[in-house]
Write a protein that binds this ligand. Structure first.
Ligand code: NAD
Ligand code: UDP
Length: 330
């Protein structure tokens, strides 16, 4: 391939979303460097990427909060001539895992982001930061628009994630302001699909694994809290469009069709109707947002993007993938 072949760096490249970004760029013929410390990733994502990536993929095992000099000095020089983007997607993302790795979560979204932006600057590349709908906290505006400043408890079990993402956004904004750079950020709403870690505790993967194992579905609280669920292929299309744009301001990326958690559980019960799954009710987690749904007007107008895959279709694709994972289902 000619030397105008693009290179992208994906931190968290062996995680759920990161692996799909890697896959998408590999399919476009680009060179991809995944940098991951494997702290929360689904085992097997790296093997999947290596099989499809061949000589266009380098998988680096490193903690991105540490210096990038050592591993990046080993990248082939030709790969560094045309770095198009550094996607900073490394971070624990599920509430149980970011609460277990609370300090690590705070550093990767701040120091890790700073390292990513500085490295991108040295290679005249753009950095795109994976921010989150969690920056809106337990929102008082519904659906959430990018202009809403949020409602976050600074001293609670979710603050390690929410506040480090908020600081990350502020760091990126200030870096652009003071250094004249054009880095950007996307606010990602709940996304699901193949290559999620089946044990990471997020609601879609929890319910589907429970269903495949014939276990009760665990509803937290009364299940009246809402989320909207975006299938990963839709999300990656939007992220690629954002990365290719010159936008630096936040853009909500998610599916605006809203469900209560109870409705999601009932949908899973219907799909697995032969198993006659029961629901069990558990304590409502502290500071768990009671409603969440993106307003995606900006994504529609500035990226010409909207999601295409509905929940039923997406769940079916995810179930097909989970059936091939080793979940201990007999
Ligand atoms: P994930 O846990 O599957 O992937 C995160 C990856 O980052 C993992 O492979 C993990 O090993 C790696 N990682 C964590 N800390 C690291 C470090 N210090 N150095 C190197 N690698 C590290 O989670 P995901 O769902 O793919 O989330 C990816 C990004 O998107 C995260 O930044 C998350 O906050 C953001 N996001 C995801 C969602 C979603 O619904 N999936 C929603 C909002 C935001
Ligand atoms: N949830 C649930 N049962 C589970 C896991 C999660 O009822 O087994 C609820 C959780 O309390 C939250 C919603 O589902 O209200 C989404 O949780 P998730 O961890 O997927 O992501 P969040 O949007 O809270 O970061």
């Amino acid at each position: 391939m000619a030397n105008n072949q693009k290179t992208v760096i994906v931190t968290g490249g062996c995680g759920f979303l990161g692996s799909h970004i890697c896959e998408s760029h590999l399919k476009s013929g680009d060179r991809v460097v995944s940098v991951d410390n494997f702290s929360t990733s689904n085992l097997g994502n790296d093997e999947f990427l290596k099989k499809m990536g061949g000589e266009n993929l380098i998988v680096v095992e490193a903690d991105v909060t540490q210096s990038w000099n050592e591993w990046s000095a080993h990248l082939p020089e030709s790969w560094l001539e045309n770095v198009a983007c550094v996607y900073h997607f490394a971070s624990p993302a599920s509430p149980p895992l970011y609460q277990k790795l609370a300090l690590e979560t705070m550093w990767v979204n701040t120091i890790g982001l700073s390292n990513a932006m500085n490295w991108a600057d040295r290679h005249t590349a753009r950095c795109v930061f994976a921010s989150t709908s969690e920056i809106y906290g337990d929102p008082t505006i519904h659906p959430q628009t990018e202009s809403y400043w949020g409602n976050v408890n600074t001293c609670g079990p979710r603050s390690c994630y929410d506040e480090s993402k908020r600081f990350g956004e502020s760091l990126l904004y200030t870096h652009n302001w003071k250094k004249g750079t054009q880095h950007g950020l996307v606010r990602i709403f709940n996304t699901y699909g193949p290559r999620m870690n089946p044990t990471d505790g997020r609601v879609v993967v929890n319910f589907l694994v429970q269903a495949l194992q014939g276990k009760d579905l665990t509803v937290f609280g009364d299940g009246a809290q809402t989320r909207s669920f975006c299938y990963v292929d839709d999300l990656v299309n939007a992220i690629r469009k954002y990365a290719d744009s010159n936008l630096t301001s936040p853009v909500n990326i998610g599916n605006p069709v809203e469900f209560t958690v109870l409705e999601l559980a009932q949908k899973v019960q219907e799909i697995f109707s032969d198993k006659k799954l029961k629901l069990t009710y558990h304590d409502f987690p502290k500071d768990d947002p009671k409603q969440r749904c993106p307003n995606i007007s900006i994504a529609k107008s500035k990226l010409a993007w909207e999601p295409k895959i509905d929940l039923q279709t997406g769940l079916t694709k995810m179930i097909d993938w989970l059936k091939h994972e080793n979940l201990g289902v007999s």
